[in-house]
Design a protein around this ligand. Structure first.
Ligand SMILES: C[S@@+](CC[C@H](N)C(=O)[O-])C[C@H]1O[C@@H](n2cnc3c(N)ncnc32)[C@H](O)[C@@H]1O
Length: 366
């Protein structure tokens, strides 16, 4: 095991580029952006709390994720059934002069034992997070922040629709915005799971990056809140002819009247992130965390717009025109008075409240 350092925290692990379930103590430097944004989210959340903060890094590996929360969490726990991982976590706790509890156990056992206890629950497994959802809902305090990572994106983005149906009970859609659809399927799954425990999972910052999706939501124990948010579970309709899309199940295309539409869902039709939360995150994220800030700025830029994003290249090719520059499109749509922003899903994507016909006109005029 090597001694490593991330953002000032010492920890112990092997370094591997590709996730490997047989690895001794796994560490993927590529996931630093995930940890940066998670730490920033925990910072914003913990500043709102007026109590002692209790947190758990439920799938710890080296423990670097939990170690990074150590300035923000008063009572910190780590779980991993792998003895080498727990040994590494304990070395990391010592090396950083901290006090924390370790559990060489399945996260489901530990989380189920600590009912309603944790204000911060972080689940970052290999593959899907589904097997930890029930116990995360048990362990989440009535005011908590829950982070979930999923790396089975090929299922939710439509490469393996049967796996998606089996695991998430949803139909995915393979197209230019498949990762947004996938993220909405994950949020639906998290929301419904917490709702079964009369808790509401409210997305604060959810994103897709490289090979994974990350959901961070505020959990509140509130039946009425969960009932209201049931309105945000629905379907997505997509017209393969003209590329029109809507977060609702409709029979015919709202633009070209095609009746042969594709559907995805059930999925989350609400916001993927909370603008006020991402703004606070931006304020508290150090300037020199450049790549993480870049991603956060894009997430923030599109956070006010619920509609799925459009890929300019795809739209231009469908219209038979040369693709205009994204910034020109954004500027023209804003000049027309439409709420418009970038999207973190694609460098050639735009988010806009503009009606589909107006977007096509803007693209054709540029
Ligand atoms: C992707 S790694 C975690 C990476 C770490 N969170 C980070 O940011 O570097 C997944 C870890 O989950 C652990 N794991 C697997 N099954 C588990 C279970 N049932 N409960 C808790 N941890 C588990 C594995 O041993 C592995 O160390």
């Amino acid at each position: 095991m090597k001694s490593l350092n991330e953002r000032g925290f010492r920890f112990f692990a092997e370094v591997q580029d590709e996730p490997d379930t047989d690895s001794e103590v796994f560490y993927n430097p590529e996931m630093r952006i995930n940890r940066d944004l998670s730490e920033a989210a925990v910072r914003v959340f913990s500043e709102e709390l007026d109590t002692e903060v209790r947190g758990v890094d439920a799938t710890a590996a080296s423990g670097i994720r939990g170690l990074r929360y150590s300035d923000l969490v008063d009572d910190l726990h780590f779980c991993d059934p792998n003895p080498s991982a727990i040994e590494a976590v304990e070395r990391g706790i010592d090396a950083n002069g901290l006090e924390a509890s370790t559990h060489e156990q399945d996260a489901n056992t530990v989380l189920s034992r600590f009912r309603n206890y944790f204000h911060v629950v972080d689940v970052d497994p290999f593959g899907p997070f589904t097997q930890f959802l029930d116990s995360a809902a048990r362990a989440a305090n009535h005011r908590s922040l829950v982070g979930l990572t999923a790396t089975d994106n090929s299922a939710t983005s439509g490469s393996y629709p049967k796996v998606c149906r089996r695991r998430y009970g949803s139909r995915p859609l393979r197209n230019s915005f498949m990762h947004e659809t996938g993220l909405r399927i994950y949020i639906k799954e998290a929301f419904e799971n917490f709702a079964r425990y009369d808790k509401c999972f409210d997305p604060k910052i959810c994103f897709h990056h490289r090979h994974y999706s990350r959901l961070i939501g505020r959990v509140t124990e509130s039946k009425s809140r969960a009932n209201r948010s049931l309105e945000d579970i629905g379907y997505l309709s997509f017209c393969p002819e003209c590329r029109w899309r809507k977060l609702e199940k409709v029979r015919k295309c709202g633009f070209c009247s095609n009746e042969d539409l594709s559907y995805a869902g059930p999925l989350w039709t609400g916001s993927l992130s909370d603008t006020r939360f991402t703004e606070s995150m931006l304020e508290s994220t150090p300037e020199d965390w450049e790549k993480s800030r870049e991603l956060l700025e894009k997430i923030h830029s599109g956070s006010r717009i619920r509609k799925p994003y459009y890929d300019i290249h795809e739209m231009a090719s469908q219209l038979g025109i040369q693709s205009p520059r994204r910034d020109e499109v954004l500027e023209r749509l804003s000049d027309l008075g439409y709420v418009t922003g970038r999207t973190h899903f694609s460098p050639t994507g735009v988010k806009t409240e503009a009606p589909f016909g107006d977007l096509r006109e803007v693209l054709s005029d540029l």
